[in-house]
Write a protein that binds this ligand. Sequence first.
Ligand code: PLP
Length: 513
Amino acid sequence: MLYAVLFLVYEKEKRADDMNLLYKSTRDAQHTVTASEAILKGLAPDGGLFVPVSVPKLDVAMEELKGMSYQETAYAVMKQFLTDFTEEELRHCIDSAYDSKFDTEVIAPLVKVGDTYHLELFHGATIAFKDMALSILPHLLTTSARKNHVENEIVILTATSGDTGKAALAGFADVPGTRIIVFYPKNGVSRVQELQMVTQKGSNTAVVAIHGNFDNAQSGVKALFEDKELEQEMTEKGYQFSSANSINIGRLVPQVVYYVYAYAKLLDNGEIVQGEEINVTVPTGNFGNILAAYYAKQMGVPIAKLICASNENKVLFDFFQTGTYDKNREFVLTSSPSMDILISSNLERLIYAIAGQDDGKDRELMEALKSEGRYEITPEMRGRLSDFAGGYATEEETMAAIRNTYNSTGYVMDTHTAVASHVCRAYREDSGDHKKAVVASTASPYKFVKSVMSAIDGKYEAMDEFDLIDELEKVSRTAVPNAIKEIRNAQILHTRECDADKMKETVKEILDI
Ligand SMILES: *Cc1c(COP(=O)(O)O)cnc(C)c1O
């Protein structure tokens, strides 16, 4: 009898082990960790990114997903990636994240605009799509810390092109056991974005403007993560770093959810039939959002093309066109600053996948990127890119997309979404591929009010940003979001600035080490 019970326990544990999805580094396949360890670490010790050993297939039928709420869908998807979380832990994380911080119960509404479906991902606390992942990451991270008996205080170090910073600050503010330091490019974010960050409350928050661009900030943060000496000093003081950037698998996994949800809703609303393929266009910067769509496709969501939309910093468009990734080019400041990026970190995860999970090849290419700023993939790897299409929009095309969509439908979209909207339409016209199209709508127009209103009518160009907010309310017939109301009279709490090569000193100063 006892033997039988023991045997059952053994079998159960063994099964749990078999079912545990492990993560490995793109630069060292030997190094595997659990999901919670990957979330805690952010970046692998060798500088690579954690990827699931294999992308799980959805184990719930679309028929069933069709009727699910956002939270239920999130559980159905995330449980397959975060297998070392208990049901209770995961449901708690989900329920704490996707609550009344969002201004709509459906969390991510799908809105039909002309002949495309806009998946609105900007209904969270900071009105950009980063909220979709950053409202849950603090919960995933603190749960992971508990699971792994971490005693240290976790220091979140983040580089932002504008939206990640605020969403991370909002998510981590006053979360016990954590501190957060955000670096943003001094002249590289919108006025609203900057105000949102520098007015952030919370005794564990720090915001620093760097004299440089986003790539400087991102490279600087990566260097700090890889700095063994700093790690030692941190440990002595009871700190350890983690990342809220989209290199963290805890950011990526929650983003897979809304692609599953969008497909299920299209089905539920009778817009598509079971199994019908759709195309998805994503305004892309760091390649996190579109990579999540790629994972959704691998899970079994019938997505045909993943269309990667760039602004004038079209390094990704050129990559899909030629197979060469080359960041040696002029950095352009555009009206879609969250996409002003020349080093798309998450592309490494795709490179690893199309290299046939060859960590040596990945390492070689990433080293070339670091030393020469460019790399070229093999013809075989290029052959594995057929799921993707690339496109880009110039500033004029972006503005025209906002204006034309407004004139023909009354719908007002932000600059990032407009880049995707242009690319989606251009792809359809050029390819003749008329599958139903979903556009990831990544920010509220209120966040980029100056550019948006100027695109609609030149008469707004000379107006003050805050007056334009009231004009946008009239034009769009959507209420001013709370996120905007809050910054109108908020006090500026962060004024720190530093040179791009002084980030380490700045971090030590903030942490008093
Ligand atoms: C971050 C961001 C993007 C780019 O997303 P990635 O995951 O970095 O490719 C696009 N639009 C907005 C509004 C963003 O904040």
